[in-house]
Design a protein around this ligand. Sequence first.
Ligand code: HEM
Length: 146
Amino acid sequence: MSDSNYLRDKVPEPDEQAELNSVLIKHGQIREVVVSFYTEIAQDDLLSKAFSNVEDWPQHFEIMTNFWWVRMGRASYIYYPYNPIKKHFENGFSAELLSRWLDLFKKSLAKHLNQEQMNAWFLLAEAIGNNLLSKNNEVIRMLNSR
Ligand code: HEM
C-alpha cells in the first residue's frame, strides 16, 4: 500500500515467482495484470458503477496483488483483513457482473501472460468467482427468509 504501515513484510521483488498448478507466475506479472484489469474496469459501463466507491486505486491494486499472490500459495506481505463476501454483497455482486468481470479479466491475462499462465490463472479466478457467487446467493436467501 501507499502507506507503509500496512506492510507486514517486504514487498516481493518483481521477479519472485509463485507456482500455480506447476506454472510459474512472477509477482511483477501479477501486479501488471491487476493494474491493467482495474484500469479497464474503471472504464467499463457495467462494472465501473460497482467500483464507484473505490477511493484509493493504488491501495486497491496492492490489496488485489497481495490477494492473488496468496491464492497462488505465497505468503501475505500486507496487513489487511479481507472480507470478500461482505464487500461483494454490499457492492451488488451478481452472476451478470461476474460474467462480465471474468471476460475482462481474461483479456487482461492475455495481454500480459503466456497461454499456460493465462489458463492456470483463469481457472483459479473462475473457481473463486463461482464460490463468491454461491456465497452471495446464500446471503440473499438468508436475508429473504427472515
Ligand atoms: C472472480 C471474480 C472476483 C474476484 C476473485 C474478486 C476478488 C476481490 C477481492 C479479494 C476483493 C477484496 C475484498 C476485501 O477488501 O475484503 C474484492 C473487492 C471488491 N470487488 Fe471483487 N472479485 C471478483 C469479482 C467481482 C465482481 C463481479 C464485482 C462486481 C460487483 C466485484 C466488485 C468488487 C468491489 C466493489 C470490491 C471492493 C473494492 C473496495 O472497496 O476496495 N468483484 N474483490
